[in-house]
Design a protein around this ligand. Structure first.
Ligand code: MN
Length: 290
């Protein structure tokens, strides 16, 4: 096994709809892993009427959202008319393209809520295309000597997820105890996010909400999972385009970001509306326009 030495980065805590989340991507010094450009862990929390996930209608452009629930249930509603509950083991994949809006609501659905939401930057060739949404209730599982892998996106150990993304990448949930050797594509860069327990990779020892960056050029990876651990393995070809991220938008420059801000603020038909009882989230004014 080759590649660079593992580099651990910590998440930072931020607020999403009144809920404290741990954000592992983007971070200073680590903006992306392949096309993966955003990673938030919400929970685990004991849900109360005051504390749950209630993210009202808000827009996205230029990205896929990947929602993966570990515990509890979240209702996704979007401006294409989809109303889709998501439960553990299922994947919601939303493609924003030129523009979509959605809301996420866990009210009255869960006692405990835990999960992650990731974004995947879309390539220039697809990012202006119409939006879409897919729910995948059945994902492939792979048995490993000391664990089990669930393939969210991409191909891993000979099995492929039915979820379609527009660039080559993988996202794999691995639960297990002890030593695991997993195959990797050496053309991809990879990182491991710890969900539960802890993981040792070479000289790095990482805990929940830490991200271990592994670089490219690895044929495989030797992991040691503390008993009952769970991790997310992310990988992809180093993203070939320079992206500009602001608020809920992934674009290429500030002109595009400002246009998306204006279209949401002016309620043009670019993003359309979402059927939900949650309040619409207004965009902050871009700091470079002030
Ligand atoms: Mn969103």
């Amino acid at each position: 096994m080759t590649g660079t030495s593992p580099v651990i980065s910590e998440s930072h805590v931020t607020d999403v709809g009144g809920l404290a989340v741990h954000r592992s991507l983007p971070r200073h010094g680590r903006r992306m892993v392949g096309a993966w450009c955003f990673l938030d862990r919400f929970g685990p929390i004991d849900v109360t009427p005051e504390r749950t996930m209630t993210v009202g209608p808000h827009p996205h452009i230029g990205l896929h959202t990947v929602t993966w629930v570990l515990q509890g249930e979240v209702l996704h509603s979007d401006s294409l008319g989809n109303q889709q509950p998501i439960r553990p083991g299922q994947l919601n994949l939303m493609t924003a393209g030129g523009g979509i809006a959605h809301a996420e609501d866990a009210r009255e659905r869960s006692r405990t809520l835990d999960g992650v939401q990731l974004w995947v930057a879309q390539l220039e060739s697809t990012r202006h295309a119409p939006p879409s949404f897919a729910h995948h209730a059945d994902l492939p599982h792979v048995d490993l000597p000391h664990g089990q892998a669930t393939i969210l996106v991409g191909e891993f150990a000979g099995s492929r997820s039915p979820a379609a993304t527009d660039s080559a990448l993988i996202g794999v949930d691995i639960a297990g105890s002890g030593s695991l050797d997993v195959p990797l594509d050496p053309a991809f860069e990879h990182a491991v996010a710890v969900l539960h327990g802890s993981v040792r990779i070479e000289n790095a020892h990482a805990s929940p909400n830490e991200l271990v960056y592994l670089g490219t050029d690895r044929q495989g990876l030797a992991l040691f999972l503390e008993k009952g651990s769970r991790i997310l393995l992310l990988g992809g070809r180093p993203f070939p385009e320079e992206i500009a991220m602001w608020w809920n938008f992934v674009a290429r420059d500030r002109t595009e970001l400002a246009r998306a801000y204006q279209d949401w603020t002016d309620r043009t038909d670019r993003f359309r509306s979402v059927t939900t009882s949650l309040h619409r989230i207004e965009a902050p004014r871009p700091f470079w326009l002030q």
